[in-house]
Design a protein around this ligand. Structure first.
Ligand SMILES: [Zn+2]
Ligand SMILES: [Zn+2]
Length: 263
């Protein structure tokens, strides 16, 4: 009857653990090795490679066939008394039971190591998860703050745009007033247009070239200033009105002083 794989013992060399078949090496200290490992180890020394027991006896190490032939089975215990046969069978079963028990202890040991490793890995990844969760929360808060800052910036941008539009409207209004006033001035005193090239006229128009200045400056009425004939330059004998020139640039003021010296 062929044995199933689960009933086969494993080589007791830790790095081998091959499922035994064919020939194997059995020791009196209840260890068993595959044919390759047993031949190599017992060629070097008569010492158990699993537990270190010295195996100097004649039957301390034997080489067996895991799947003996029917002829061997028929003859190996033949002629022995029943009690001897039972003792031999009992010791063989004890060996097999010990191997199975050792394998169970080994599997329990490996299971414990695997569980410890799994526990360690789970703890590691739980810490990683907690760290990442904290980072994600911090990033979400930062995104929220940045969105609020963006909303505030958009609101400020809208306010600035609105103010700019107001200023543009004011500029257009002032420009319209300026154009209207210039046309009215030209209509009332056409001789002034002929004096555009003189420093006096240049200073006069210079005030209106800055619409963002004070509107009072633009809308302030002209006031005639009395003058005597000896104060008027020879090339401006036809000058009649002396407009107020607040904020006139200094070079223009010098021109004014030149043409209108103080008493
Ligand atoms: Zn082996
Ligand atoms: Zn041993």
């Amino acid at each position: 009857m062929a044995a199933c794989d689960e009933d086969l013992l494993l080589c007791n060399i830790g790095r081998c653990r091959a499922r035994l078949g064919g020939c194997a090496w059995v020791t009196s200290c209840s260890h068993i090795f595959c044919d390759e490992d047993g031949s190599r180890e017992f060629h070097k020394a008569m010492k158990c490679p699993a537990c270190g027991t010295i195996l100097a006896g004649k039957f301390d190490i034997i080489r067996i066939d895991i799947s003996p032939t029917e002829e061997y089975k028929a003859m190996v215990l033949a002629g022995l008394r029943p009690d001897v046969i039972m003792e031999i069978c009992s010791r063989a079963l004890a060996f097999w039971t010990y191997q199975i028990h050792q394998e169970r202890l080994y599997q329990d040991y490996m299971l414990g190591k695997a569980q410890n490793r799994i526990s360690h890995i789970e703890k590691h990844f739980e810490q990683q998860l907690e760290t990442r969760t904290t980072e994600v929360s911090a990033l979400k808060r930062e995104v929220g703050n940045l969105r609020r800052e963006l909303e505030q910036s958009r609101r400020r941008c809208g306010e600035v745009t609105e103010r700019l539009m107001d200023r543009n409207r004011q500029q257009q209004k002032l420009q319209a007033q300026f154009d209207s006033l210039r046309r009215r001035t030209s209509t009332l005193n056409p001789r002034r247009d002929r004096g555009q090239g003189s420093p006096r006229a240049h200073c006069y128009l210079g005030n209106f070239d800055h619409p963002f200045g004070s509107t009072e400056r633009l809308l302030r009425p002209f006031s005639p200033i009395p003058y005597s004939s000896h104060q008027v330059p020879a090339d401006n004998q036809d000058f009649v009105l002396n407009p107020v020139v607040p904020g006139c640039p200094s070079n223009h003021a010098q021109n004014i002083n030149h043409f209108f010296p103080k008493f």
